[in-house]
Design a binder for this molecule. Structure first.
Ligand SMILES: Nc1ncnc2c1ncn2[C@@H]1O[C@H](COP(=O)(O)OP(=O)(O)OP(=O)(O)O)[C@@H](O)[C@H]1O
Ligand SMILES: [Mg+2]
Length: 375
């Protein structure tokens, strides 16, 4: 006979090969979870509605995804300046020389990859998750083959968890997870399910690296699959990075004590707060865009002002060729436009490599402020 305590104690240094499949045998239909779900679903619906009102969602998608990507990569303490980052978005992936900026751009690619794969298949599969991880790490590596992977607390470096070992076992667990993700018969709220899925994916920890980032993309993909979002516009990593130590602790409490309810509540709260934050940011960006559009109209006295402003908000750093390629005008005219906008203080020209780039300074400041807000 074991007492409950000794029975429950898990050795965090031993591979968690007994990780049970979802759903857990605990009651997750508590009034508290129910209330949290209502609030978060409401915030998400508002965010979704706001995106539908946008004339050109891609304009904002690019900026929000870039923030998501930057923050997500920062979880690994990869620090890259806002400036390097935007410069990198102008380059082809192989040409990006700043490794931190490259990591951010790869994360962005991985989000798009995930969406594309999901749109083709209509379900989320384990193989898709492998491809997402490969994209974000720029590797051909697949499921973990070697033993000895451990998760350490990033602050203390102490081992907190040892994931299951053995490729076949990992594949089995991923396959169970895949079934759970695509099983539309479960009665659980989508957000509760998302929290369960995220824990399970992290606990399986199928890769030698990139599990956190892939798991965060999985959250967004799952919300898209369930129709709670149309686009990957939820800036969710922001919340996870702010409350990173809580995030680590709650994941661990599920493993050690089956403490699911607090974990689920944390994730639902993350969705609610992030949806509100993203909504607010979108509104600020839109306000700025309207303001800029009017200024551009006055300065240029040309009916191209709307399309031009659109592009200035898709690319906070822009060069003549991009505007020319997008059909704004011939090179010479574009160059006159940009000169006038610079003289009016709307753009700031900087010389990089042998080219002149024009920075949409107000947007740039707004986005930088957004990133600083996390502290
Ligand atoms: N106790 C735990 N049980 C299960 N998973 C955990 C635990 N603690 C942390 N994790 C997960 O492990 C992730 C880190 O794993 P890994 O280094 O493979 O991912 P990453 O994408 O490279 O890193 P990061 O998430 O820091 O960006 C964390 O983000 C978290 O999701
Ligand atoms: Mg890592």
């Amino acid at each position: 006979m074991f007492s409950k305590d000794t029975d429950m104690i898990k050795d965090i240094n031993k591979p968690n090969n007994d990780l049970k499949k979802l759903p857990p045998e605990v009651n997750l239909e508590t009034p508290e979870i129910f209330r949290a779900c209502i609030k978060a679903n409401k915030a998400l619906a508002e965010l979704k509605g706001c995106c539908m009102r946008l004339p050109n969602p891609e304009m904002l998608l690019n900026t929000v995804i870039l923030q998501e990507s930057k923050t997500s990569s920062e979880i690994e303490n990869i620090v890259t300046t806002q400036d390097d980052l935007y410069k990198a978005t102008l380059d082809e992936i192989d040409k990006i020389s700043n490794p931190a900026a490259k990591e951010v751009i790869l994360y962005r690619e991985a989000i798009y990859k995930g969406i594309e794969l999901f749109k083709n298949r209509g379900i989320i599969t384990a193989n898709m998750l492998i491809e997402i991880m490969q994209t974000l790490r720029g590797t051909q590596e697949g499921i973990r083959k070697i033993c000895g992977t451990k998760i350490a607390n990033p602050a203390t470096k102490k081992v907190v968890y040892t994931p299951p070992e053995g490729e076949t076992l990992i594949r089995e667990k991923l396959s169970d997870l895949e079934k759970f993700i695509n099983d539309d018969d479960t009665e659980l709220d989508t957000l509760v399910k998302m929290a369960l899925i995220h824990y399970q994916f992290e606990a399986i920890h199928p890769f030698s690296d990139g599990n956190g980032r892939t798991g965060r993309i999985l959250n967004i993909l799952y919300l898209i699959k369930e129709g709670l979002l149309d686009m990957p516009i939820l800036y969710l990593s922001h919340y996870i990075i702010v409350y990173k130590s809580v995030y680590y602790k709650l994941l661990n409490n599920v493993t050690l004590d089956d403490e699911w309810a607090d974990w689920v509540l944390y994730m639902i709260k993350a969705v609610e707060e992030t949806a509100k934050y993203t909504l607010n940011q979108i509104e600020e960006i839109l306000r700025l865009k309207n303001e800029t559009e009017q200024k551009v109209k006055e300065v240029l006295q040309s009916n191209i002002y709307k399309e031009l402003t659109e592009l200035l908000f898709m690319h906070p750093y822009i060069k003549i060729k991009v505007l020319e390629d997008k059909g704004i005008a011939k090179r010479q005219t574009v160059s006159i436009y940009l000169k006038k906008l610079s003289e009016a203080g709307i753009l700031n020209p900087v010389k990089l490599w042998k080219e002149t780039y024009y920075i949409n300074t107000a947007l740039f400041d707004l986005l930088s402020k957004g990133i600083e807000m996390k502290n």
